[in-house]
Each structure stands twice: as structure tokens, then as C-alpha cells.
Design a protein around this ligand. Sequence first.
Ligand code: UDP
Length: 413
Amino acid sequence: MKVTDLPAALSLQEYRGIIGEEKIAVLEDLAGRLNGVTFQEINSTRSGGGVAEILNSYIPFLKALGLETTWSVMEAEAPFFDVTKTLHNFLQGRDGFSPLMIEVYWETLRRNEGLIDDDADVVTIHDPQPLGLIEYATRSDLERKRFIWRCHVQLETLSVDTASEIGRFMRKLVEQYHASVFSSLQYLPLWRVPSFIIPPFIDPLSDKNRDLTGQEIDGVLAKYGIETEKPLITQVSRYDTFKDPVGVIEAFRRVREKVPCQLLLVGGRACDDPECFLVLRNVRDAAEDHPDIHILDLPPDSHLEINALQRASAIIVQKSIKEGFGLTVSEGFWKGKPVVGGNVGGIPLQVRDGWNGYLVSTVQETADRLVHLLKNPDLAGRMGARGKEFVRENFLLPRGVHDHLTVADQLVN
Ligand code: UDP
């Protein structure tokens, strides 16, 4: 399915004000070198989760640079997503993937074999779900086009390399690509494919991240019946055990014994995640109707709502136990909030312990850091301000576009 409802091409002018003229000029130069090259992005969901979030802004930005870009989403149903969720869990170090599941995988891939555009020159395939599409590229496709596998998950190299059957399955596919891209050096498998490291990024001008008026923020708080007399601690994430929402509730209960505050868990469902209903039920059970715990289950287009809730918060938490990158961390920083994040995956790329937030590994550590920040709002303010500047330097959309275009330039020119 082609995505046709994207916002029109953005205006680069507004980004100049945020990152400076020079960086945009470099981008325009790079885009000039790629003049005439057509890009195609392929993933498995139109909304929900970080990849859809990134593509939503990335594609209009490429268009603003004058580059032709399309976005295709695989067609797939529940049994396929059960399999790919298990594969995703497996890649992040959890058992459960069986070779039998590979059959279900190929059934869906076969149905999507026509997804690669004839006239695309650089085809980027995101994550394990559509990875196998490379099998449907013809010999001439492989000669004329450049195929990139963009892996967003926290790939546990060890399990992928040692679990023979799945490891071989993945490796055989990935090695047919011209290049692969990972979010962090630590995920790089030792496979024979040229690999690049590109940390993800957020769009400072999207509804998720743009500045909001006090009125807009108040409107959202009123909509969900949230008062802010007591400071809000917020975690935004899909209801997924790797995000450890139940651990956040446990930490909150310990904090609540020492400092008045409220917890806000903001989540929704990604259509490729069959486990989220179960996790949401466990979260509700763990909260036991605590009057200061708010659990929201939002539709996937709640960008402005999430923006407002992050802005209304005193502290952002992302207590993941596995995390490819964690866009929600950069989103929190961009709103000037300190972030308490799990010391895993891509979170330490963003949180510098004790400088713009804290890295934590246990429920108790999470609780202690939250109490410290709640008792020291000046420190929290300083950390949040540093976080925002760190994101401006490292994790905004134009930097991400620059890195991806540099890879494309190396592959086609
Ligand atoms: N998000 C959302 N609605 C939700 C939960 C998350 O829009 O109910 C967004 C969140 O703001 C972020 C992205 O989805 O932009 C999640 O990306 P992240 O890298 O944090 O995690 P992923 O879901 O990719 O594991």
C-alpha cells in the first residue's frame, strides 16, 4: 500500500531558525548531488511506534530538498504480526521463535512481492518485517537499484549469531543488501554487509514536538481530566513489556511514599504488536485504580496530545529494559524535561547520567532518582535545558536526513 496522505513538503525555512543556515546549506548541497535519484521507504505500519514516526517527517523533508520519495507499507494480518513480534522479541534476546514461524513469514512476504517500485533507485527496507522482500528483487533490480536494510531494533548480536537457524535465516537475507544501517555501534552484527551507524531523530516542527501555547496544553489536560497541582511523572510508550510499564508503576509507588506526585502512562497500540492488549491489562491490574496513576490508551494520531502531556510533565521516564533508540527520550528533552531512562540500548546515547538526566537499572534506582529530581526542581530544570541543547546538536531530523543522504550518496555516486 502506498502512503498518500503525508503532509505536503515542509518548508526548510523554519528549520533554518532551529539549526542554523549552515547545516541546511550542507543538506541542499548533498541533495544536489543526488538530483534525479528516486527513493523508496518500505515498512510494516502506517502509524504507531518509532519507524512510522520517523518516516512521517523524513519523507516530506526529502521532498522539500527536491528529492522524489515514496513510502510503501506492507499488507499483512495478525498471524504475520504474531510471528514478527516473536522474531523482534527474539532479536532483543527473548526465546520463543521457532523455525516453523518462518513459513508464516514467507506467506505474507509472497503477497507483498510487488511492493518494490520499478523506478526507485534507493530502496530502504525497515526492520525485520519486510526484510525478506529482497528475495523478490530481480537480478536487474539488484544491479540497477541500491537496497538498504534499516534495522531499528536493539539487535542482540550474540543471539543472532549463535542461534543457528534464525541467525542464518537473517544473515542470508541481510547479506543480499547493498548496505545496512543500525542505530548504534553495539548492534552491529558481524555479517558481510557494509554497515553504517545512524542514530534516529525527532522532528522539532511536527505536532509531536512543535512549541505549544499554554492554551493548547491546558486543553489537552482538560480533555483527559488531568490536574497538575502535583507534579507529573510521565512515560510515553507502546504497551510492551520491553518498556517495563509495570516497573514504572512499582517505582512510582515508592516515590509516592516520599513526595506527592502523579504518574501518567501514555500509550497506544501499534497494529503490528499483538501483545499490547495483554500488557495494557497487566498495567491496569498493577495500578489497582490508584487515584494518582493515569493510564491513557490513545489512538495513533495523538501527536499533539502527547506533545502537550510531555510539556505538562515535571519528569519524563523511559524505564525500558530493551530499547533500539527510544525517540521518547529525545522528545522529552526537546520539551526541556530531565529524563530518567533505562541504561539499555539507545538510551545511554541520549541520557548522560547526572548531566541531563539519570540512567537506571532497577526499580529502586528509578524511584531514588525520581525523588531526587522532584525535591530539586532547579536541578531538574538545568538538566532539562541541557537535554534540549543536546538534542538540538545530535538528534533532530536534518541531521538524520544528512546521514541517510550521505549513505545514499556513497552507494549511488
Ligand atoms: N508514540 C505514540 N503513541 C503512543 C506511544 C508512542 O505516538 O501511544 C510515539 C512516541 O511519541 C514516539 C514513538 O511513538 O515518537 C515511539 O518511538 P520509540 O523509539 O520511543 O519506541 P518504539 O515504539 O519504536 O519501540
